[in-house]
Design a protein around this ligand. Structure first.
Ligand SMILES: [Zn+2]
Ligand SMILES: [Zn+2]
Length: 432
């Protein structure tokens, strides 16, 4: 017999119970909001199939280098990664965006052999450590469309349209596209020099002074009183595009017009990450000040990461914001499947048998709701009234003994007893 550990037990202090609270900056998606999220998922899947985007999912963990400053992200963003070292000693991070992992997978699994270009949709969360002011979250949910392996403007337009139609199906109104180009390796360096030369002569704020030499495009994002008025005389990239970038942007804008998309070219709209090139875009709705979707072309990302030039373009919808807006405006949900029968069982024997009966119904495509945990008929009935099912099935001790069940029409109140072996058949008849 093993010695008793009573002495040890006595010395151990009782641990205080764990506080039931999530980590700051992340949040649960609760069942009460579940229908909104499901609606988005259903809409997105339907749309993806129409647009021929195929589902893809990359893991939560990736090599941290996928998101490092060497790929044109800022060192500040790199510091915000959730990093960890795996048991195998690999430097990993929680995925901080979804485009880099898709490129990684594209190369790793030779996806270009199977689809040229590769058109994928994906959804999930991305994480970065953020200062938690203004309701900012560390984890946000995105739905993305990406096209990898082709730099034609028709693909820029297809991801824009997919996101636009997605938002339209979710009843967002007055959608408009904010769009600009970031040029390319040929024309952007020259433009950056012009921009630097201009800003060096201006009295900019301290932050802008710091950014000026390395990230001159960021000066357009400064909201300080000293800097905002300086924008209007600054050189804009449209005047400095090379022929190829000019043609590409022109093609995108022609497609935007062809498709009746309301758009605002904005020469001061820039993306921080250096790997973006050519068109970048965001989608807004009505008066809501934040973008509901954003993306752009990232033809250099693959080269920066893997030394292989593979063009790509993508857009991501910010699902947390979208759900928040759907709730604020109380947008009616799409088709929502209602439960078709409410199952009531009273008594131990009936309750036990009811599990098999409910399963029979469910496997015959009849949705079943129950409240078997409530002991009395009255309590179950009370719950059933809220369920909004056309039929209730009443299975009591008498019925369990006689191998029968009562089918009750919730609207008329009419009820009939049927034998259990006819349950599925009789239920289906009444649901027609
Ligand atoms: Zn160019
Ligand atoms: Zn400034």
């Amino acid at each position: 017999m093993a010695p008793k550990a009573t002495v040890k037990k006595k010395q151990k202090k009782a641990k205080p119970p764990l506080e039931a609270a999530s980590v700051k900056g992340v949040a649960d998606i609760l069942p009460k909001d579940g229908d909104w999220w499901r609606d988005i998922n259903d809409t997105g899947r339907h749309l993806s199939s129409l647009y021929d985007f195929h589902f893809m999912e990359t893991p939560l963990l990736e090599h941290a280098e996928l998101f490092t400053p060497s790929v044109g992200d800022s060192p500040a963003n790199f510091r915000k990664l959730y990093r960890l070292t795996t048991e195998e000693g690999e430097e990993a991070a929680l995925r901080a965006d979804l485009s880099a992992p898709i490129l990684r997978s594209y190369i790793e699994h030779h996806l270009g052999y199977y689809a040229s270009p590769l058109k994928v949709y994906h959804f999930g969360s991305v994480a970065r450590q953020e200062k938690l002011d203004n309701g900012k979250r560390c984890e946000v949910h995105q739905w993305g469309f990406d096209v990898v392996g082709d730099n034609d403007a028709v693909y820029d337009m297809q991801v824009i349209l997919a996101a636009m139609e997605f938002l339209k199906l979710l009843k967002f109104q007055n959608l408009r596209l904010k769009i600009n180009t970031m040029g390319c390796k040929v024309c952007r360096p020259n433009y950056r020099e012009k921009l630097k030369a201009y800003y060096r002569k201006q009295a900019v704020c301290e932050d802008c002074k710091e950014n000026l030499e390395q990230f001159p495009l960021r000066l357009f994002n400064c909201e300080k009183e000293t800097c905002v008025p300086l924008k209007k005389d600054a050189p804009i990239i449209l005047d400095h595009l090379c022929q190829a970038c000019n043609n590409h942007f022109k093609s995108v804008l022609e497609l935007v017009e062809d498709n009746g998309v309301l758009y605002e070219p904005n020469p001061y709209f820039v993306r921080e990450k250096e790997y973006y090139n050519r068109s970048i875009f965001e989608i807004y709705s009505g008066e809501y000040p934040h973008a509901l979707a954003g993306g752009g072309r990232y033809d250099y990302l693959s080269e920066m990461l893997f030394g292989r030039a593979i063009p790509g373009v993508g857009i991501a919808l910010g699902l947390d914001r979208i759900v928040e807006q759907l709730k604020v405006h109380n947008v009616p949900l799409h088709h929502r499947e209602k439960p078709r029968v409410f199952f009531i069982a009273v008594g131990e024997r009936a309750k036990k048998l009811s599990v098999r009966l409910m399963n029979q119904l469910r496997m015959s495509n009849i949705g079943v709701v129950e409240a078997l945990g409530k002991k009395t008929l009255k309590a179950q009935m009370k719950f059933g009234e809220k369920v909004d099912a056309p039929l209730a099935l009443l299975f009591g001790q008498k019925e369990a003994f006689e191998n029968s069940i009562i089918i009750r029409d919730m609207k008329s109140g009419a009820q009939e007893t049927v034998m259990l072996d006819k349950l599925v058949e009789e239920t289906k008849k009444r649901l027609k």
